[in-house]
Design a protein around this ligand. Structure first.
Ligand SMILES: C[S@@+](CC[C@H](N)C(=O)[O-])C[C@H]1O[C@@H](n2cnc3c(N)ncnc32)[C@H](O)[C@@H]1O
Length: 250
């Protein structure tokens, strides 16, 4: 079960505190030809796709959150379309130059769905197309673990206080997040939203293995979207770029 059913503008404010959108845009744009076709799996509120659409790419996004897809559609953007669907059930006859799933979306999928989803992604690639995966891996979870957290996010005159309770199920290697968002609007009105999600604690070798199983070869790995070196000690973000092997028998 996955949440993210709260107004998209609040997600956008929080996202801005965590992410480097300019670097993400440069990185993703560098992996598709001009005007190429791009798919964002777990596109959230469409933040990345609006940037890529503005650069002339033809964009499609899918996300399971009705609230986020509604926000994304309202926010519009050149050449960007959205589908309200889960990654596991999403199907499309199109082929893409770039398929990506970033900011931990892969972690929200049930483990058993990872291989079928990656196989589906491979089948959606145009010749020479790229896959970009950025997911939370073991050390992110270990180092980020705090039983209770309180964080404040501000933007557009809105104050969001996020109260989160985290727990780990070591047997399933799952991380559970139960959070309450307290939102004070610019006019002083206060609203409260519950958000709940489970995430699979993935590892680099696990994802590399799954990619290889479906005939996707990792061509390069970075420690961030500014193409930082992925350090051997395994801390920090991990961005994988993969392409399809030529043999279509996998
Ligand atoms: C942390 S957000 C990242 C969103 C977006 N990729 C970004 O960078 O802003 C995780 C997103 O994954 C979506 N999600 C989680 N599980 C999903 C699933 N099974 N299928 C589709 N979307 C999913 C959530 O609705 C949420 O929008």
């Amino acid at each position: 079960m996955t949440g993210f059913e709260f107004p998209g503008q609040y997600y956008e404010i929080m996202r801005g505190d965590f992410r480097d959108l300019a670097a993400e845009t440069e990185f993703l744009a560098s992996l598709a030809p001009a005007g190429g076709r791009v798919l964002d799996l777990g596109c959230g509120t469409g933040t990345n796709l609006r940037e890529l659409g503005a650069r002339g790419f033809s964009c499609l996004g899918a996300d399971q959150s009705a609230s986020f897809i509604e926000y994304a559609r309202t926010a519009g953007g050149e050449g960007v379309e959205y589908v309200h669907d889960r990654v596991e059930t999403f199907t499309c006859d199109d082929r893409f130059d770039l398929v990506y799933s970033i900011f931990m979306t892969l972690n929200y999928l049930p483990r058993a769905e990872l291989q079928p989803v990656l196989r589906k992604i491979r089948g959606m690639l145009r010749p020479g197309g790229h896959v970009v995966l950025e997911f939370g891996h073991l050390l992110d979870f270990v180092e980020g673990y705090q039983q209770h957290t309180v964080a404040h996010h501000r933007g557009d005159g809105v104050l969001i206080t996020r109260l989160a309770r985290q727990s780990i199920n070591p047997h399933a290697a799952n991380w559970r997040n139960e959070e309450t968002l307290l939102v004070r609007e610019i006019d002083g009105q206060v609203a409260m939203y519950d958000n709940f999600f489970d995430q699979a604690v993935l590892t680099g070798p696990e994802v590399r293995g799954l990619l290889a199983d479906v005939g996707l070869t990792v061509t390069v790995e970075y420690g961030g979207f500014r193409k930082e070196y992925a350090p051997g000690h395994g801390r920090g973000p991990l961005v994988m770029v993969a392409t399809a092997e030529e043999a279509s028998s996998v």
